[in-house]
Design a protein around this ligand. Structure first.
Ligand SMILES: [Zn+2]
Length: 248
């Protein structure tokens, strides 16, 4: 197995994505950029949450035995919650949050997707399977969302789930297990990379071909070139972008 990865912030901004890999796992996080002027009730910023959460989850992925991924993530969220429970208002619905996607490869391939950082599987015949948690794309009324709507729907049954202060969110992630015989490659992306498919006319097969030929950094180069050439009229020009490629 070979795991390679790349991450790049929006030009001039701190990176709110984080990527890490170990001998048999890879994780990506995409911290949610806070809406301007909103009080999060938390003295910490999004990179603080993302780094703490990553450290807590990576320790568990490294040390834990066969424990399934959801309880590992729940324990990691609980550890981060406890780290600022004495100073911050953890009931605030705008408390910093992050997506989490995990792949672990042992006797089989296990995955966990919490919010909108997708995982793609490539099968021996070249077909692709997307493993996504698209609940944040299906909030009532459609985009653009009002801040109040996101606040109401976050970490609520029927809404969407994200890693923040509630360990229970981990048990609402999209999880599963796939036979290793049926997978040749795996990709993990933060949602900036999905712009290639959603906005810029690339098929996921094109993205996967670029990943295999030019690696994760090559995919991000293509994304940045597209963002510069064709800025989206209703979105920030660039977003933090992360890609992981696992050759199984
Ligand atoms: Zn805090």
């Amino acid at each position: 197995m070979q795991i390679s990865h790349a991450t790049e912030s929006s030009p001039g901004q701190p990176n709110e994505d984080l990527v890490a890999a170990g001998p048999d796992w890879a994780v990506v996080f995409d911290g949610a950029t806070p809406a301007p002027g909103v009080s999060s009730g938390c003295i910490h910023d999004v990179p603080w949450l993302v780094r703490r959460l990553a450290a807590a989850l990576i320790a568990r992925l490294t040390l834990a035995g066969p424990a399934p991924l959801a309880p590992l993530l729940a324990a990691a969220i609980g550890e981060v919650r406890d780290a600022h429970a004495d100073r911050c208002d953890l009931e605030n619905p705008d408390s910093p949050s992050s997506t989490v996607s995990v792949v672990r490869i042992r006797d089989s391939l296990e995955y966990l997707v919490l919010c909108d950082s997708p995982i793609l599987l490539r099968h021996p015949g070249g077909q692709l399977t997307q493993l996504t948690d698209d609940r944040i794309s299906r909030l009532p009324g459609g985009r653009p969302y009002r801040i109040e709507l996101v606040r109401e729907q976050r970490n609520r049954p029927g809404g969407f789930w994200v890693a923040s202060t509630d360990p229970d969110a981990a048990y609402h992630a999209v999880c599963g297990t796939v036979s290793l015989d049926s997978v040749t490659d795996v990709a993990l992306f933060t949602d900036a990379v999905t712009r290639l498919a959603d906005w810029y006319g690339y098929s996921w097969h094109d993205v996967f071909a670029q990943l295999r030929d030019a690696g994760p950094a090559g995919v991000i180069r293509v994304l940045r070139a597209a963002e510069r050439a064709y800025p989206h009229p209703h979105a920030k020009q660039h977003d933090d972008a992360t890609a992981v490629h696992i050759r199984v």
